[in-house]
Design a protein around this ligand. Structure first.
Ligand code: PMP
Length: 367
């Protein structure tokens, strides 16, 4: 048996460890504190498990899998199933380990030293984080106070910096607002670079940019199984975009990055779209109840098209309210110190029971 971490100084090899890349600076990884809590509404997961029939189908297929072999490197069957689902060709679909890996591949393929990515804050923190990690210059525009985009200012920023990547997030995390189709179209029309529309929460929203995708349109739509499909633990996401973009993403992805179990699980999930739709409908109905409950408590609430709600509690600082909720074993996301979000918290839509516990705790805190 071999052991690691043993008597390194006795080996005579001990010396100061090398420094990591200096440009990583003090940049922290992206995390939401995972404190133990009775009700966890901080990471926008689905409160419902996937259908048991799906799990049975996965287990049954797993029995026949050749785990001694590498998986299908091109994930052909999964991509064919996703392509059929979206009415595109398999060559227009790229799958990866969560949409975060899709975003990383986009930055690796289209960003990098000497190139820039433009995005508008406040938005999903990993867009700028991953761009930085890949050596891409990040240009941060600002949204208006109501979190909408000022199109003229957007066009100006894009023409000044000529980014190779433009990130939009619709519905936007953490604000919950979806961009209008005309906004996405105007930004695609005004950009030389590739426009990425992150639709991690796409199925909760009333429209999708998927209909704008085409081989001669510099637009990629990114989706995930983590939210609407109730499969955050599976780590599966994908992009739908021009064939040439998918080919570029394949060049930067590691060989065999998608394991065979995941490929099958993602493909089989599409057979259960009715159950997925039911979950989405239940969450949307519950979202409306949650928004109304927050407004009743005097909070400022931004109407959401996603599975979370951004709100500003009245009277007390966001950080205090967050801590007081933690003290009552309810965990939400503290966004109160994020630029542009002073005093705000973000709560994921949970089950009616979880949301009831959250609203009761909040009422107590604000009383
Ligand atoms: N995009 C957005 C906007 C998100 O909020 C998240 C999850 N927080 C992701 C992408 C990443 O999701 P995943 O990697 O689980 O697919």
């Amino acid at each position: 048996m071999s052991r690691a971490g043993g008597a390194s100084s006795a080996s005579g090899l001990a010396r100061p460890l090398p420094e990591p890349r200096p440009d990583l600076g003090l940049r922290e990884g992206y995390h939401s504190p995972q404190l133990p809590a009775r009700v966890r509404l901080n990471t926008n997961e689905s409160p419902y498990p996937p259908p048991p029939e799906w799990l049975e189908a996965v287990v049954s297929q797993a029995r026949d899998m050749a785990f001694n072999r590498y998986p299908d490197r091109s994930a052909r069957a999964l991509r064919e199933a996703l392509a059929e689902w979206h009415g595109v060709r398999p060559e227009q679909v790229f799958a990866a380990n969560g949409s975060n890996e899709v975003l990383q591949c986009l930055c690796l393929a289209y960003g990098g030293p000497g190139r820039a990515a433009v995005l508008w804050e406040p938005t999903y923190a990993l867009h700028s984080h991953i761009a930085h990690l890949t050596g891409t210059k990040v240009v941060q525009g600002q949204r208006r106070a109501d979190f909408s985009l000022d199109l003229d200012a957007c066009r100006e920023l894009v023409s000044r910096h000529r980014p190779s990547l433009v990130f939009l997030c619709s519905p936007n995390n953490p604000t919950g607002l979806a961009e209008a189709p005309s906004t996405v179209a105007a930004i695609v029309a005004g950009s030389e670079g590739l426009v990425v529309v992150d639709e991690a929460y796409g199925q909760f929203s009333s429209w999708s940019a998927l209909g704008m995708v085409g081989d001669d349109v510099p637009l990629v739509v990114v989706r995930t199984y983590s939210k609407t499909w109730s499969m955050a633990g599976l780590r599966l996401g994908y992009a739908v975009g021009p064939t040439a973009v998918v080919q570029a993403l394949e060049r930067v992805a590691l060989p065999y990055h998608l394991d065979m179990l995941k490929q099958a699980a993602g493909r089989l999930a599409l057979r259960f779209s009715r159950q997925m739709d039911q979950r989405v409908e239940a969450i949307i109905a519950e979202r409306e109840r949650l928004e109304a409950g927050l407004a009743e408590l005097g909070a400022q609430v931004w109407p959401s098209q996603a599975n979370f709600v951004l709100f500003r509690p009245p009277g007390r600082s966001g950080g205090d309210v967050w801590q007081a909720l933690v003290d009552r074993s309810v965990l939400v996301r503290d966004t109160s110190r994020w630029p542009g979000l002073s005093g705000c918290l973000r709560v994921t839509v949970g089950t009616p029971e979880e949301d009831g516990v959250f609203l009761e705790a909040l009422a107590e805190v604000l009383a």
